[in-house]
Write a protein that binds this ligand. Structure first.
Ligand code: BG6
Length: 494
Protein backbone atom coordinates (compact mmCIF):
# COMPACT_ATOMS: atom_id res chain seq x y z
CA UNK A 1 0.00 0.00 0.00
CA UNK A 2 1.47 3.36 -0.98
CA UNK A 3 2.06 5.56 2.00
CA UNK A 4 2.04 9.28 2.40
CA UNK A 5 5.44 10.77 1.72
CA UNK A 6 4.98 14.40 0.69
CA UNK A 7 5.73 17.13 3.14
CA UNK A 8 2.47 18.38 4.55
CA UNK A 9 1.47 21.88 3.60
CA UNK A 10 1.33 24.36 6.43
CA UNK A 11 -2.17 24.67 7.82
CA UNK A 12 -3.49 21.54 6.20
CA UNK A 13 -3.99 18.96 8.88
CA UNK A 14 -6.32 16.09 9.57
CA UNK A 15 -7.03 15.84 13.27
CA UNK A 16 -8.34 12.33 13.81
CA UNK A 17 -10.03 12.12 17.18
CA UNK A 18 -10.30 8.47 18.13
CA UNK A 19 -12.86 8.16 20.90
CA UNK A 20 -14.90 10.90 19.22
CA UNK A 21 -18.00 10.40 21.38
CA UNK A 22 -16.17 9.88 24.66
CA UNK A 23 -16.14 12.06 27.73
CA UNK A 24 -12.76 13.61 27.01
CA UNK A 25 -13.72 14.50 23.44
CA UNK A 26 -16.91 16.05 24.67
CA UNK A 27 -15.53 17.98 27.65
CA UNK A 28 -12.08 18.99 26.59
CA UNK A 29 -10.94 18.28 23.08
CA UNK A 30 -13.85 19.48 20.95
CA UNK A 31 -14.36 22.62 23.08
CA UNK A 32 -10.63 23.37 22.82
CA UNK A 33 -10.68 22.90 19.04
CA UNK A 34 -13.72 25.15 18.80
CA UNK A 35 -12.01 27.85 20.88
CA UNK A 36 -8.94 27.71 18.63
CA UNK A 37 -11.17 27.87 15.55
CA UNK A 38 -13.06 30.86 16.92
CA UNK A 39 -9.82 32.63 17.86
CA UNK A 40 -8.43 32.06 14.39
CA UNK A 41 -5.47 30.05 15.68
CA UNK A 42 -6.51 26.72 14.24
CA UNK A 43 -5.28 27.20 10.70
CA UNK A 44 -7.83 27.36 7.93
CA UNK A 45 -6.98 24.13 6.17
CA UNK A 46 -7.53 21.84 9.13
CA UNK A 47 -10.16 19.10 9.24
CA UNK A 48 -11.45 17.33 12.32
CA UNK A 49 -12.25 13.68 11.93
CA UNK A 50 -13.91 12.20 14.99
CA UNK A 51 -13.92 8.43 14.98
CA UNK A 52 -16.13 6.20 17.09
CA UNK A 53 -17.73 2.81 17.01
CA UNK A 54 -21.25 4.15 17.33
CA UNK A 55 -23.66 3.69 14.45
CA UNK A 56 -24.02 7.44 13.95
CA UNK A 57 -23.76 9.00 10.51
CA UNK A 58 -22.44 12.50 9.78
CA UNK A 59 -25.75 14.21 10.61
CA UNK A 60 -26.19 12.14 13.73
CA UNK A 61 -22.72 13.07 14.93
CA UNK A 62 -23.30 16.77 14.31
CA UNK A 63 -26.50 16.48 16.29
CA UNK A 64 -24.55 14.80 19.11
CA UNK A 65 -22.02 17.66 19.09
CA UNK A 66 -24.82 20.22 19.18
CA UNK A 67 -26.48 18.45 22.06
CA UNK A 68 -23.46 17.56 24.15
CA UNK A 69 -20.57 19.83 23.28
CA UNK A 70 -22.26 23.13 22.53
CA UNK A 71 -23.76 23.54 26.03
CA UNK A 72 -20.34 22.93 27.55
CA UNK A 73 -18.73 25.49 25.27
CA UNK A 74 -21.52 27.94 26.06
CA UNK A 75 -20.71 27.63 29.75
CA UNK A 76 -17.16 28.91 29.38
CA UNK A 77 -16.59 32.62 29.74
CA UNK A 78 -16.97 33.93 26.22
CA UNK A 79 -19.79 31.59 25.19
CA UNK A 80 -20.60 30.44 21.66
CA UNK A 81 -20.46 32.66 18.60
CA UNK A 82 -23.12 31.24 16.28
CA UNK A 83 -21.26 31.91 13.01
CA UNK A 84 -18.04 30.49 14.40
CA UNK A 85 -19.91 27.46 15.70
CA UNK A 86 -21.44 26.75 12.29
CA UNK A 87 -18.15 27.08 10.47
CA UNK A 88 -16.55 24.87 13.14
CA UNK A 89 -19.14 22.15 12.48
CA UNK A 90 -18.26 22.50 8.80
CA UNK A 91 -14.74 21.23 9.54
CA UNK A 92 -16.01 17.94 10.98
CA UNK A 93 -16.15 14.66 9.06
CA UNK A 94 -17.37 11.80 11.20
CA UNK A 95 -16.13 8.25 10.59
CA UNK A 96 -17.61 5.15 12.25
CA UNK A 97 -15.12 2.35 12.83
CA UNK A 98 -14.24 -0.24 15.42
CA UNK A 99 -10.91 0.81 16.86
CA UNK A 100 -10.16 -2.71 18.07
CA UNK A 101 -10.18 -4.06 14.47
CA UNK A 102 -7.04 -3.23 12.54
CA UNK A 103 -8.75 -3.70 9.16
CA UNK A 104 -11.29 -0.98 9.90
CA UNK A 105 -8.69 1.81 9.71
CA UNK A 106 -8.28 1.55 5.94
CA UNK A 107 -11.49 3.57 5.58
CA UNK A 108 -9.64 6.63 6.88
CA UNK A 109 -7.58 6.71 3.68
CA UNK A 110 -10.69 7.72 1.81
CA UNK A 111 -11.37 10.78 3.93
CA UNK A 112 -10.76 13.79 1.67
CA UNK A 113 -7.38 15.39 2.28
CA UNK A 114 -6.19 12.63 4.64
CA UNK A 115 -3.25 11.50 2.54
CA UNK A 116 -2.04 14.99 1.68
CA UNK A 117 -2.28 16.64 5.07
CA UNK A 118 -0.40 16.53 8.32
CA UNK A 119 -2.10 13.67 10.13
CA UNK A 120 -2.65 13.83 13.86
CA UNK A 121 -4.13 10.87 15.67
CA UNK A 122 -5.48 11.76 19.07
CA UNK A 123 -6.07 8.59 21.08
CA UNK A 124 -8.78 9.67 23.52
CA UNK A 125 -9.48 6.06 24.46
CA UNK A 126 -8.50 3.72 27.27
CA UNK A 127 -4.84 2.66 27.15
CA UNK A 128 -5.77 -0.94 26.30
CA UNK A 129 -6.68 0.31 22.82
CA UNK A 130 -3.47 2.29 22.20
CA UNK A 131 -1.54 -0.58 20.70
CA UNK A 132 -4.34 -2.03 18.50
CA UNK A 133 -5.08 1.48 17.21
CA UNK A 134 -1.45 2.16 16.33
CA UNK A 135 -1.25 -1.20 14.63
CA UNK A 136 -4.43 -0.46 12.68
CA UNK A 137 -3.07 2.92 11.58
CA UNK A 138 0.20 1.31 10.51
CA UNK A 139 -1.62 -1.41 8.58
CA UNK A 140 -3.60 1.31 6.79
CA UNK A 141 -0.34 3.05 5.82
CA UNK A 142 -1.22 6.21 7.71
CA UNK A 143 1.61 6.54 10.21
CA UNK A 144 4.47 7.99 8.17
CA UNK A 145 5.10 11.63 9.19
CA UNK A 146 2.01 11.47 11.37
CA UNK A 147 1.78 12.53 15.00
CA UNK A 148 0.13 10.48 17.70
CA UNK A 149 -1.20 11.91 20.95
CA UNK A 150 -1.47 9.59 23.94
CA UNK A 151 -3.71 10.49 26.84
CA UNK A 152 -3.02 9.47 30.38
CA UNK A 153 -3.17 7.05 32.09
CA UNK A 154 -0.35 5.58 30.09
CA UNK A 155 -0.24 2.23 31.78
CA UNK A 156 -0.82 1.19 35.34
CA UNK A 157 2.76 0.84 36.47
CA UNK A 158 6.27 0.88 35.06
CA UNK A 159 5.98 -2.48 33.28
CA UNK A 160 2.65 -1.73 31.60
CA UNK A 161 3.77 1.73 30.52
CA UNK A 162 6.98 0.25 29.11
CA UNK A 163 4.93 -2.31 27.21
CA UNK A 164 2.78 0.42 25.66
CA UNK A 165 5.80 2.59 24.90
CA UNK A 166 7.59 -0.36 23.26
CA UNK A 167 4.61 -1.24 21.10
CA UNK A 168 3.81 2.35 20.08
CA UNK A 169 7.54 3.03 19.66
CA UNK A 170 7.77 0.17 17.14
CA UNK A 171 5.41 2.15 14.91
CA UNK A 172 6.08 5.82 15.70
CA UNK A 173 9.43 7.43 16.46
CA UNK A 174 9.73 9.31 19.75
CA UNK A 175 9.43 12.68 18.03
CA UNK A 176 6.09 11.61 16.55
CA UNK A 177 4.70 10.77 20.01
CA UNK A 178 2.94 13.45 22.11
CA UNK A 179 2.25 12.18 25.65
CA UNK A 180 -0.16 14.68 27.05
CA UNK A 181 -0.12 15.95 30.62
CA UNK A 182 -2.59 18.80 30.58
CA UNK A 183 -0.98 20.46 33.60
CA UNK A 184 1.92 21.39 31.35
CA UNK A 185 -0.48 23.44 29.23
CA UNK A 186 -1.68 25.58 32.12
CA UNK A 187 -0.82 29.24 31.83
CA UNK A 188 0.74 29.42 35.29
CA UNK A 189 3.06 26.53 34.50
CA UNK A 190 4.27 28.39 31.44
CA UNK A 191 4.66 31.42 33.60
CA UNK A 192 6.93 29.56 35.95
CA UNK A 193 9.47 29.39 33.15
CA UNK A 194 9.14 33.14 32.66
CA UNK A 195 9.40 33.83 36.36
CA UNK A 196 12.38 31.60 37.01
CA UNK A 197 14.36 32.09 33.84
CA UNK A 198 13.33 35.59 32.77
CA UNK A 199 14.24 37.33 36.03
CA UNK A 200 17.48 37.45 37.89
CA UNK A 201 15.70 37.98 41.18
CA UNK A 202 14.69 34.47 42.11
CA UNK A 203 17.29 32.20 40.63
CA UNK A 204 20.12 32.97 43.12
CA UNK A 205 17.71 32.20 45.98
CA UNK A 206 16.25 29.12 44.35
CA UNK A 207 18.38 26.59 46.26
CA UNK A 208 18.96 24.84 49.55
CA UNK A 209 20.86 27.74 51.08
CA UNK A 210 17.75 29.96 50.97
CA UNK A 211 14.78 27.67 50.59
CA UNK A 212 13.46 25.91 53.67
CA UNK A 213 10.71 23.84 52.08
CA UNK A 214 8.41 23.73 49.06
CA UNK A 215 4.75 22.70 48.99
CA UNK A 216 2.84 21.62 45.92
CA UNK A 217 -0.90 21.24 46.37
CA UNK A 218 -3.47 20.20 43.79
CA UNK A 219 -6.74 20.07 45.69
CA UNK A 220 -10.10 19.31 44.15
CA UNK A 221 -13.51 19.96 45.56
CA UNK A 222 -15.18 17.44 43.29
CA UNK A 223 -15.40 13.74 44.06
CA UNK A 224 -14.91 10.97 41.52
CA UNK A 225 -18.00 12.07 39.58
CA UNK A 226 -18.98 9.51 36.98
CA UNK A 227 -15.56 7.88 36.90
CA UNK A 228 -15.89 5.66 39.99
CA UNK A 229 -15.10 2.49 38.10
CA UNK A 230 -11.95 3.88 36.50
CA UNK A 231 -10.85 5.71 39.62
CA UNK A 232 -11.25 2.70 41.89
CA UNK A 233 -8.63 0.87 39.82
CA UNK A 234 -6.41 3.91 39.67
CA UNK A 235 -6.30 6.03 42.83
CA UNK A 236 -4.75 9.43 43.44
CA UNK A 237 -1.14 8.28 43.25
CA UNK A 238 -1.50 7.07 39.67
CA UNK A 239 -4.11 9.64 38.64
CA UNK A 240 -2.34 12.77 39.87
CA UNK A 241 1.02 12.22 41.58
CA UNK A 242 2.86 10.10 39.02
CA UNK A 243 2.11 12.66 36.32
CA UNK A 244 0.80 16.13 37.21
CA UNK A 245 2.48 16.59 40.58
CA UNK A 246 5.84 15.13 39.59
CA UNK A 247 5.79 17.25 36.44
CA UNK A 248 5.15 20.38 38.51
CA UNK A 249 7.91 19.33 40.88
CA UNK A 250 10.35 18.83 38.05
CA UNK A 251 9.63 22.30 36.65
CA UNK A 252 10.03 23.95 40.04
CA UNK A 253 13.28 22.14 40.73
CA UNK A 254 14.94 21.91 37.30
CA UNK A 255 18.15 23.66 36.34
CA UNK A 256 17.79 26.48 33.81
CA UNK A 257 17.73 24.85 30.36
CA UNK A 258 20.07 26.29 27.72
CA UNK A 259 17.07 26.94 25.46
CA UNK A 260 13.36 26.22 25.36
CA UNK A 261 13.84 23.48 22.76
CA UNK A 262 11.83 20.40 23.62
CA UNK A 263 14.79 18.24 24.49
CA UNK A 264 16.66 20.95 26.37
CA UNK A 265 13.66 21.38 28.68
CA UNK A 266 12.88 17.70 28.95
CA UNK A 267 16.51 16.77 29.69
CA UNK A 268 16.49 19.07 32.71
CA UNK A 269 13.15 17.80 33.98
CA UNK A 270 14.41 14.24 33.61
CA UNK A 271 17.47 15.04 35.74
CA UNK A 272 15.18 16.05 38.59
CA UNK A 273 13.05 12.92 38.28
CA UNK A 274 16.15 10.78 38.32
CA UNK A 275 17.46 12.59 41.40
CA UNK A 276 14.34 11.91 43.50
CA UNK A 277 15.43 10.12 46.64
CA UNK A 278 14.19 6.54 46.38
CA UNK A 279 11.67 5.62 49.05
CA UNK A 280 12.43 2.65 51.27
CA UNK A 281 9.74 0.80 53.18
CA UNK A 282 10.25 2.85 56.36
CA UNK A 283 10.19 6.12 54.37
CA UNK A 284 6.86 5.14 52.89
CA UNK A 285 5.38 4.43 56.29
CA UNK A 286 6.65 7.73 57.61
CA UNK A 287 6.47 10.08 54.68
CA UNK A 288 3.51 8.99 52.60
CA UNK A 289 -0.07 9.52 53.78
CA UNK A 290 -2.98 8.05 51.90
CA UNK A 291 -6.52 8.95 52.63
CA UNK A 292 -10.04 8.26 51.48
CA UNK A 293 -13.02 10.56 51.83
CA UNK A 294 -16.02 9.73 53.90
CA UNK A 295 -19.41 11.41 53.71
CA UNK A 296 -19.30 15.12 54.32
CA UNK A 297 -19.94 18.33 52.48
CA UNK A 298 -19.21 19.23 48.87
CA UNK A 299 -20.27 22.46 47.17
CA UNK A 300 -22.37 23.34 50.20
CA UNK A 301 -24.45 20.14 50.18
CA UNK A 302 -24.11 16.74 51.84
CA UNK A 303 -22.15 14.27 49.71
CA UNK A 304 -21.59 10.52 50.08
CA UNK A 305 -18.33 8.89 51.03
CA UNK A 306 -16.04 7.47 48.36
CA UNK A 307 -17.08 3.85 49.01
CA UNK A 308 -20.71 4.79 48.34
CA UNK A 309 -19.96 6.39 44.97
CA UNK A 310 -21.32 4.60 41.87
CA UNK A 311 -18.81 2.16 40.43
CA UNK A 312 -16.70 1.99 43.60
CA UNK A 313 -16.40 -1.20 45.59
CA UNK A 314 -17.83 -0.92 49.11
CA UNK A 315 -14.68 -2.18 50.79
CA UNK A 316 -12.36 -0.22 48.51
CA UNK A 317 -8.89 0.69 49.81
CA UNK A 318 -8.23 3.02 46.88
CA UNK A 319 -6.78 6.35 47.97
CA UNK A 320 -8.51 9.60 47.06
CA UNK A 321 -5.84 11.64 48.85
CA UNK A 322 -2.07 11.46 48.99
CA UNK A 323 0.40 13.65 50.84
CA UNK A 324 4.08 12.94 50.72
CA UNK A 325 7.47 14.28 51.55
CA UNK A 326 9.91 14.08 48.69
CA UNK A 327 13.61 14.86 48.57
CA UNK A 328 15.86 15.60 45.64
CA UNK A 329 19.39 14.32 45.87
CA UNK A 330 21.48 16.94 44.15
CA UNK A 331 23.57 19.97 45.10
CA UNK A 332 20.79 22.47 44.65
CA UNK A 333 18.14 20.73 46.72
CA UNK A 334 19.81 18.31 49.11
CA UNK A 335 17.95 18.35 52.44
CA UNK A 336 15.04 20.55 51.29
CA UNK A 337 11.70 18.80 51.81
CA UNK A 338 9.15 19.03 49.01
CA UNK A 339 5.67 18.35 50.34
CA UNK A 340 3.23 17.16 47.72
CA UNK A 341 -0.48 16.81 48.29
CA UNK A 342 -3.51 16.06 46.18
CA UNK A 343 -7.00 14.85 46.87
CA UNK A 344 -10.62 14.78 45.90
CA UNK A 345 -13.47 16.24 47.93
CA UNK A 346 -11.20 18.63 49.76
CA UNK A 347 -12.20 21.96 51.23
CA UNK A 348 -11.57 23.88 48.03
CA UNK A 349 -10.27 23.74 44.47
CA UNK A 350 -6.81 25.11 44.47
CA UNK A 351 -3.51 24.28 42.80
CA UNK A 352 -0.47 26.11 44.03
CA UNK A 353 3.23 25.95 44.64
CA UNK A 354 4.55 27.55 47.80
CA UNK A 355 8.24 28.29 48.20
CA UNK A 356 9.09 28.98 51.85
CA UNK A 357 12.37 30.82 52.20
CA UNK A 358 14.53 30.53 55.29
CA UNK A 359 14.19 33.08 58.07
CA UNK A 360 16.81 35.81 58.26
CA UNK A 361 19.95 34.54 60.01
CA UNK A 362 19.94 37.38 62.53
CA UNK A 363 17.27 39.92 63.38
CA UNK A 364 18.54 43.43 63.89
CA UNK A 365 14.93 44.55 64.07
CA UNK A 366 14.08 42.95 67.37
CA UNK A 367 11.63 40.08 67.72
CA UNK A 368 10.43 38.86 64.36
CA UNK A 369 6.90 37.55 63.99
CA UNK A 370 7.34 33.82 63.87
CA UNK A 371 5.84 33.06 60.50
CA UNK A 372 3.39 35.81 59.73
CA UNK A 373 3.25 34.91 56.07
CA UNK A 374 6.61 36.33 55.14
CA UNK A 375 9.58 35.12 53.13
CA UNK A 376 7.35 33.18 50.84
CA UNK A 377 6.54 32.97 47.16
CA UNK A 378 3.21 31.44 46.16
CA UNK A 379 2.55 30.53 42.57
CA UNK A 380 -1.13 29.84 42.12
CA UNK A 381 -2.18 27.80 39.12
CA UNK A 382 -5.88 27.83 39.82
CA UNK A 383 -8.51 29.05 40.38
CA UNK A 384 -7.03 32.54 39.84
CA UNK A 385 -3.53 32.57 38.44
CA UNK A 386 -1.28 34.74 40.49
CA UNK A 387 2.18 35.04 41.94
CA UNK A 388 2.39 36.45 45.41
CA UNK A 389 5.55 37.39 47.26
CA UNK A 390 5.09 37.66 51.00
CA UNK A 391 7.58 39.88 52.78
CA UNK A 392 7.77 41.62 56.11
CA UNK A 393 6.81 45.28 56.23
CA UNK A 394 6.68 47.86 58.94
CA UNK A 395 3.38 49.01 60.38
CA UNK A 396 3.24 52.83 59.98
CA UNK A 397 3.92 54.80 63.13
CA UNK A 398 6.50 54.76 65.85
CA UNK A 399 8.55 51.68 66.64
CA UNK A 400 9.35 48.72 64.49
CA UNK A 401 6.15 46.74 64.43
CA UNK A 402 6.55 44.14 61.66
CA UNK A 403 3.75 42.52 59.72
CA UNK A 404 3.50 40.19 56.78
CA UNK A 405 2.50 42.05 53.58
CA UNK A 406 2.65 40.95 49.97
CA UNK A 407 3.44 41.96 46.44
CA UNK A 408 0.73 40.56 44.25
CA UNK A 409 0.91 39.74 40.59
CA UNK A 410 -2.63 38.82 39.60
CA UNK A 411 -2.45 38.05 35.92
CA UNK A 412 -5.97 39.03 35.05
CA UNK A 413 -5.20 42.58 36.18
CA UNK A 414 -2.14 42.86 33.94
CA UNK A 415 -3.26 40.98 30.89
CA UNK A 416 -6.78 41.56 29.81
CA UNK A 417 -6.68 38.84 27.20
CA UNK A 418 -8.63 35.67 27.79
CA UNK A 419 -6.56 32.87 29.14
CA UNK A 420 -5.99 29.95 26.85
CA UNK A 421 -7.22 26.66 28.22
CA UNK A 422 -4.53 24.04 28.72
CA UNK A 423 -5.99 21.72 26.09
CA UNK A 424 -6.20 24.49 23.49
CA UNK A 425 -2.53 25.33 23.91
CA UNK A 426 -1.47 21.71 23.80
CA UNK A 427 -3.57 20.86 20.74
CA UNK A 428 -2.14 23.85 18.89
CA UNK A 429 1.33 22.64 19.89
CA UNK A 430 0.64 19.20 18.44
CA UNK A 431 -0.64 20.75 15.22
CA UNK A 432 2.48 22.92 15.00
CA UNK A 433 4.80 20.04 15.93
CA UNK A 434 6.09 21.54 19.19
CA UNK A 435 7.05 18.87 21.68
CA UNK A 436 8.36 20.86 24.65
CA UNK A 437 5.17 20.56 26.69
CA UNK A 438 4.78 16.83 26.15
CA UNK A 439 6.29 14.14 28.31
CA UNK A 440 9.16 12.15 26.86
CA UNK A 441 9.28 8.41 27.40
CA UNK A 442 12.26 8.52 29.75
CA UNK A 443 10.59 11.15 31.94
CA UNK A 444 7.43 9.17 32.16
CA UNK A 445 9.24 5.98 33.03
CA UNK A 446 11.44 7.70 35.62
CA UNK A 447 8.24 8.91 37.33
CA UNK A 448 6.73 5.41 37.30
CA UNK A 449 9.97 4.00 38.65
CA UNK A 450 9.91 6.41 41.57
CA UNK A 451 6.30 5.72 42.56
CA UNK A 452 6.70 1.93 42.14
CA UNK A 453 7.86 1.19 45.73
CA UNK A 454 4.81 3.02 47.09
CA UNK A 455 2.46 1.00 44.90
CA UNK A 456 4.23 -2.21 45.87
CA UNK A 457 4.11 -1.37 49.55
CA UNK A 458 0.39 -0.63 49.40
CA UNK A 459 -0.17 -3.85 47.52
CA UNK A 460 1.75 -5.89 50.05
CA UNK A 461 0.03 -4.38 53.07
CA UNK A 462 -3.37 -3.13 52.00
CA UNK A 463 -4.08 -1.29 55.24
CA UNK A 464 -7.06 0.97 54.89
CA UNK A 465 -6.31 4.55 53.88
CA UNK A 466 -6.88 7.15 56.57
CA UNK A 467 -10.43 8.55 56.50
CA UNK A 468 -11.22 12.23 56.09
CA UNK A 469 -14.57 13.96 55.90
CA UNK A 470 -15.50 15.36 52.49
CA UNK A 471 -15.03 19.11 52.55
CA UNK A 472 -11.93 19.11 54.77
CA UNK A 473 -8.22 19.31 53.90
CA UNK A 474 -7.59 15.57 54.25
CA UNK A 475 -6.55 13.28 57.09
CA UNK A 476 -4.85 14.65 60.20
CA UNK A 477 -1.77 12.60 59.32
CA UNK A 478 -1.11 14.98 56.42
CA UNK A 479 -0.78 17.86 58.87
CA UNK A 480 1.37 15.75 61.19
CA UNK A 481 3.74 15.02 58.28
CA UNK A 482 4.61 18.72 58.06
CA UNK A 483 4.41 19.40 61.79
CA UNK A 484 7.26 16.90 62.26
CA UNK A 485 9.39 19.16 60.09
CA UNK A 486 8.36 22.27 61.99
CA UNK A 487 6.05 23.62 59.30
CA UNK A 488 2.41 23.44 58.20
CA UNK A 489 0.30 23.59 55.06
CA UNK A 490 -0.39 27.06 53.86
CA UNK A 491 -4.04 27.16 54.94
CA UNK A 492 -3.09 26.04 58.44
CA UNK A 493 -1.00 29.13 59.06
CA UNK A 494 -2.54 31.47 61.55
C1 BG6 B 1 -7.03 14.58 35.49
C2 BG6 B 1 -7.43 13.55 36.49
O1 BG6 B 1 -5.81 14.23 34.89
O2 BG6 B 1 -6.90 15.84 36.12
C3 BG6 B 1 -8.72 13.95 37.19
O3 BG6 B 1 -7.61 12.29 35.86
C4 BG6 B 1 -8.61 15.33 37.76
O4 BG6 B 1 -9.06 13.02 38.21
C5 BG6 B 1 -8.08 16.32 36.71
O5 BG6 B 1 -9.88 15.73 38.21
C6 BG6 B 1 -7.79 17.67 37.33
O6 BG6 B 1 -7.51 18.60 36.33
P1 BG6 B 1 -7.79 20.16 36.53
O7 BG6 B 1 -7.22 20.77 35.30
O8 BG6 B 1 -9.26 20.31 36.66
O9 BG6 B 1 -7.07 20.55 37.78
Amino acid sequence: MATFSRSPTANAFSFVLIGGTGDLAMRKILPALYAAHRDGTLGEGGRIIPVAQTALDQDGYIQWVNEHVKPLVAMVASGVDDDAWLSFLGRITYVALDASRADDFAVLRDVPGMLRSQRIFYLATGPSLFVPICEGLAAAGLTEHARVVLEKPLGHDLASSQAINDAVGAIFTEDQIYRIDHYLGKEAVQNMFALRFGNVLFEPLWRREWVESIQITVAEELGVERRGDFYDKTGALRDMVQNHLLQLLSIVAMEPPHSMDADAVRDEKLRVLRALKPLREEDIRQNVVRGQYRAGVGGGAPVPGYAEEPGVSHDSVTETFVALKVEIENWRWSGVPFFLRTGKRLAGRVAEIVVNFRPVPHSALGAMPLRAGSNRLTIRLQPNESVRLNVLGKVPGMGMDLRGVYLDLAFDRFFLRDRMEAYQRLLLDVIAGRLALFVRRDEQEAAWKWVAPILEDWNRSPTAPKPYAAGTWGPAAASALLAREGTCWLEEES
